[in-house]
Design a protein around this ligand. Structure first.
Ligand code: NDP
Length: 288
């Protein structure tokens, strides 16, 4: 059964949801409520639990009820890409959609994950990626989504390492033509022996308490280690990096920044992300 949304909400207020399975943990309603309050936008944003085999039906029902837009999370980003009538270039390249806008007869799909990551690194952490040597761990949906925005920063090289190496090679083939200023490479985990300026963990290993087969030698003292996963405690990946003196950052900022990019696309107003990120960090510290 899909979860009933907004049963008591004013039909004149623009409706948005984040759709996923599971969805109860999602911080997106909190983030968008803070954005709306801050920018004076009249809108309502809720969670929508879709059955694993009922994504398309849930989207259509929400749209038929007048919904204006949607964020899409695990495990529906690929299905969302297939469902869209129109895709932005970055969503098409990523092969994954995390944001829908419902425009008259059209479902338009975008992917703001990559922009979220890059904005968090470059603007929030003030760490330039230009001319740097980057290592991206993982070749799943999140990795695909961040490749174009990362290459737009013109790093000197970008190495993709993945447990299933064929997927890393596929990404090199797919994105090679967009890597004009960047040397794009694939590598096995066992081949990662030297240091990179920036190491980004885009695997889901940490979610199931699995450790990655990496050596601390991949982290450099003046570099940055970024884990897309976030939590109250630093992940094993970030702890390993911190022990090398590397600056560390978790994915909470990426979450807020991708939400801001969605909000801007829907509402035409860019919210300030710093106070929202600060509020979320504080709430995580007290177990929120
Ligand atoms: P996918 O399921 O598409 O991809 C998972 C990736 O993790 C694959 O590359 C997979 O390798 C790898 N992997 C899983 N387990 C292991 C392991 N034990 N050892 C080595 N590699 C492993 O997931 P997504 O790409 O969608 O998401 C990846 C992570 O990013 C998730 O933790 C997600 O929560 C996070 N994320 C955070 C966001 C944010 O805003 N902060 C936004 C989007 C994602 P293989 O191909 O070999 O199976």
């Amino acid at each position: 059964m899909s979860q009933q949304v907004n049963a008591n909400v004013d039909a004149n207020v623009d409706q948005y949801v984040v759709i996923g399975h599971p969805i109860a943990h999602s911080k997106s309603p909190l983030i968008h409520a803070m954005f709306a309050a801050q920018t004076g936008q009249t809108m309502h944003y809720d969670r929508l639990l879709a059955p694993l085999d009922g994504f398309v039906h849930s989207v259509q029902a929400f749209r038929a009820a007048g919904g204006k837009g949607m964020n899409v999370t695990v495990p529906f980003k690929l299905e969302a890409c297939a469902l869209a009538d129109q895709l932005t270039e970055r969503a098409r390249m990523a092969g994954a959609v995390n944001t829908f806008k419902f425009e008259d007869a059209q479902i338009v799909g975008d992917n703001t994950d990559g922009l979220g990551l890059v904005n968090d690194i470059v603007q929030n952490a003030q760490f330039s990626l230009t001319g740097k040597h980057l290592l991206l761990l993982g070749a799943g949906g999140a990795a695909r989504g961040v490749l174009l925005p990362l290459m737009a920063q013109q790093p000197a090289s970008l190495t993709i390492a993945n447990r299933s190496i064929d997927k890393a090679h596929q990404l090199i083939t797919l994105f090679g033509a967009h890597a004009s200023a960047t040397l794009l490479k694939a590598a096995e985990f066992s081949q990662l022996t030297s240091a990179y300026d920036v190491v980004i963990n885009a695997t889901s290993a940490g979610l199931s308490d699995q450790t990655l087969p990496i050596t601390p030698n991949i982290f450099s003292a003046n570099g940055l280690a970024y884990d897309m996963v976030y939590g109250a405690q630093p992940s094993a990946f970030l702890q390993m990096a911190a022990a090398r003196g590397t600056q560390t950052r978790d994915g909470l900022g990426m979450l807020v920044e991708q939400a801001a990019a969605s909000f801007y696309w829907w509402r035409g107003v860019m919210p300030a992300t710093a106070p929202v990120l600060f509020a979320l960090q504080q709430s995580l510290k007290v177990g929120g």
